[in-house]
Design a protein around this ligand. Structure first.
Ligand code: SAM
Length: 455
């Protein structure tokens, strides 16, 4: 393991004073492990009754739980089924502070791999619009895979520079999250390699980059709305320093008062000679609570004239009829949304999505299926929002069924029943599709998702 940079320790000792020994001792300890239940798929109560592990609640997130390292939930079929997301515990506070409501428009500006996007979606109950943006294309694809795995119906994944999004959504979001690229000091325990990348110059260059990203927010956020800026680092030149510089340039924003749970500390205006309102930001410290550490600021925009949103009401009713006719022999409950055909692919976009032509869209919404020459094939993504009761035909296995392991490896299975599409499920939760033809269930799990190891 790499030791901690001396310059970093010296700086933290200067900042923390008598708290420093506890901080240094916490960095020598082990990291905390957490999973967050995906309530779009399963309620907390139902998951806890299915869970093979003894889980302990995380105080600041009602859907978050600590697990033990030996539990290895990332290897379980329930992870594959999108029933939870493995997430660092203090990172689970961020979406709670964004506090989006069902039906709102929310932008996650630096979203990959998707921990906070998937949390925001769960808090919104799948209702409203989330634009999840990621500047790095490869990471945007991982984000889209996580959105698909967790069965999130109302997310559009874009791969854009933040400034370009404002042309499409001028001051239209109710909430914006900037979970900024940072110097990652809160990752030192979890990922010792991050220690090698530390330098004072890196924290300063991260602060400049963060400020550039924040500069795009006024063009995106509606008056009266708020945005959350968060990092997983401790350095004041990022964090309080960045908020202070942003406020100085944008008098129509202020730091919102937010509740602080037990062990959560206020931000430190004195570290950057900034305005007193910086004390309303919050800091999660690894020596104060069970988490790796986070900084969170909720910045509210003063009220003003709200721009109108475009409406696409007329087209929606017509498209919806077309969509029902191709899917109702497979589904008994048809999901709502705005059907959009891209080539031969059918997607369901969140209901009020505006025109996005010209934007780099990696994931336009829920993938419903593909029009083939004389038939319609349901998409893998669709299977992830479905439960056994949503489909006409299902093959439902308990999680230890040997047939399930065979399905996950991509094998065909013998089965009795009428020919057609079957949802393959674990304990009622859709995993993927199979097509029954003359007593053989043909496997339609995407090749890239097939498992070589046994669960
Ligand atoms: N919110 C994510 C989650 O919860 O899974 C983690 C985001 S991570 C801390 C920061 C992200 O910002 C990275 O995915 C990085 O690629 C992206 N990023 C880097 N430079 C950026 C820029 N100039 N503008 C926007 N995002 C950027």
């Amino acid at each position: 393991m790499l030791s901690l940079p001396q310059e970093f320790l010296h700086k933290m000792a200067g900042l923390l004073g008598e708290d420093y020994p506890a901080f240094a001792a916490s960095l020598a300890g082990t990291s905390c492990q957490g999973l967050r239940i995906n309530t779009l798929r399963v309620s907390v109560g139902d998951f806890l009754s299915l869970s093979p592990w003894d889980l302990t609640p995380i105080p600041w997130c009602s859907t978050g739980f600590y697990y033990r390292e030996s539990d290895r939930p990332g290897k379980h079929i329930y992870h594959f089924a999108g029933m939870y997301y493995i997430q660092e515990p203090s990172a689970m506070a961020v979406a709670e502070y964004v506090a989006p409501q069902p039906g709102e428009w929310v932008l996650d500006l630096a979203a990959a791999p998707g921990g906070k996007t998937t949390h925001l979606a769960a808090l919104m109950g799948g209702k409203g619009l989330i634009v999840a943006n990621e500047v790095h294309r490869g990471r945007a694809q991982v984000l889209a895979q996580n959105v698909e795995r967790l069965g999130i119906p109302n997310v559009i994944v874009t791969n854009e520079q933040p400034q370009r999004l404002a042309q499409y959504f001028p001051r239209q979001f109710d909430r914006v999250l900037v979970d900024a690229p940072c110097s990652g000091e809160g990752m030192f325990r979890k990922n010792p390699a991050a220690r090698g990348e530390w330098s004072p110059a890196h924290a300063f260059s991260c602060a400049e980059r963060q400020l550039r990203i924040l500069e795009s927010v006024p063009g995106l956020l509606r008056p009266g709305g708020w945005f959350v800026y968060s990092t997983c680092t401790f350095s004041p030149e990022e964090n309080e320093g960045v908020v202070s510089r942003f406020l100085a340039e944008h008098p129509d924003f202020y730091v919102e008062h937010v509740p602080r749970g037990s062990g959560v500390e206020p931000g430190r205006p004195d570290w950057v000679a900034g305005p007193e309102e910086l004390a309303r930001t919050v800091r999660f410290w690894p020596h104060r609570l069970a988490g790796e550490g986070h900084f969170i600021a909720v910045l509210r925009r003063r009220e003003g004239t709200e721009p109108r949103r475009p409406s696409s009401e007329a087209n929606r009713a017509k498209d919806y009829l077309d969509y029902r006719s191709v899917i109702e022999n497979i589904l008994s409950r048809v999901p709502q949304g705005r059907p959009v055909k891209v080539g031969h692919q059918l997607y369901l976009m969140p209901a009020d999505t505006p025109e996005l032509a010209g934007l780099k869209v990696i994931w336009p919404g829920l993938h419903v299926g593909t029009f083939k020459k004389d038939r319609f094939e349901p998409a893998h993504g669709l299977s992830r929002i479905l439960r056994a009761e949503d489909v006409r035909r299902v093959v439902d296995f308990p999680c230890d069924a040997p047939q399930l392991a065979r399905y996950l490896r991509g094998e065909a299975l013998p089965w009795d029943g009428p020919d057609g599409w079957y949802l393959v499920a674990v304990n009622g939760f859709g995993l993927g599709w199979a097509k029954l033809v003359k007593g053989v269930l043909k496997n339609h799990l995407p090749k890239g998702l097939r498992q070589t190891s046994q669960y």
